[in-house]
Design a protein around this ligand. Sequence first.
Ligand code: PLP
Length: 389
Amino acid sequence: MREVYLDYAATAPVEQRVLHKMNEAFEHVYGNPSSMHLIGRKAKGYVEAARESIAAYIGADPKEIYFTSGGTESDNWALKGVVEAAKQKNAHIITSAIEHHAILHTCAYLEERGCRVTRLSVDANGSVNPQEVEKAICPDTVLISIMTANNEIGTILPVAEIGRIAKKHNILFHSDAVQALGSVKIDVNEMNVDLLSFSAHKIYGPKGIGAMYIRKGTPIANFMHGGAQELSKRAGTHNVTGIVGFGEAVEMLRENDAKYVAHYNQIRTDLYRQIQENVEDVLLNGDEENRLPNNLNISIGYVEGEALLISLDMEGICVSTGSACSSGSMAPSHVLGALGVEDEFIHGTLRLTVGRYTTKEDIDYTAKKIKEVVDRLRAMSPLYKDRRK
Ligand SMILES: *Cc1c(COP(=O)(O)O)cnc(C)c1O
């Protein structure tokens, strides 16, 4: 059976080039980068080379890059670390309603411990109005955290403008840039950010490794306590092979990002065009212009996303729905809920994210199968029959 992977926003395969570099590290670089001897220094060299690659790609100083276990840890650290360092009762955080759960659930945790959180609503395209951010600022505000690009609907948010506002009011600004890296230009100064979260597995690197950019002088408490790694800010023996893979994945972005983006854009646009031509009642979620080049998020009226996903899965097509299906519930995602998608459409949401290896044949096959599946599901749907009357 044909296998078509259209879930690159969930994770991407490790690039061959990345794998080779990691294998080299696995075989030959076994030292602990914190050891002072020859073998340790050799490992440290690999870690520092990766750090420099990442720093150079985002316009940062290598000393401002801290390796973590991934995007989730970076998000947790940013929020909990800044709040703890602020040593302030009733510390206030401003975020958006469409953040990743690594942000939203951390905010809920902090709320239970006395913080106040403002979750800004978004417009119909899933964007945050910078003026709303400014209005939400109060004397207790210690942090603004707004993602660079959304993982479900692909909307790219006006972070540079929000950063300017944060700076003007002398408030720290964090952004979850996990989905944006490689698709949106990341420059820590242009974006006016103090903290950024990254993850390697979304950019064709290994899982379980990520990083945080922390601008020099940013007051932030440690999240992991132990050894003196990462300038004594993030303890734990370095995940050397993971870091090497992450660095190589970023090198590939540095060399080819424009080429990847052009490919995503072309293949995603083709997929959307074919679906629009073949299926009635399809809505695009997210911003049409300011969106990630590889993201297509659509709501198909009068069908259930779960049924679509299962039917496509039987055809070898791997996509994601817009519902919290991992828990077995059919609740629409918090992101689609925040957009205010109509009831008849919200349950039929699919997220299709293309990647470097997605081909024209994959897209043609997927569009054809979506039409077949939707036609079949609608033929059985009383809602659709009512609508036809
Ligand atoms: C995937 C993702 C994360 C989590 O990153 P992990 O490395 O998987 O922990 C956080 N934020 C966004 C926007 C993501 O897409």
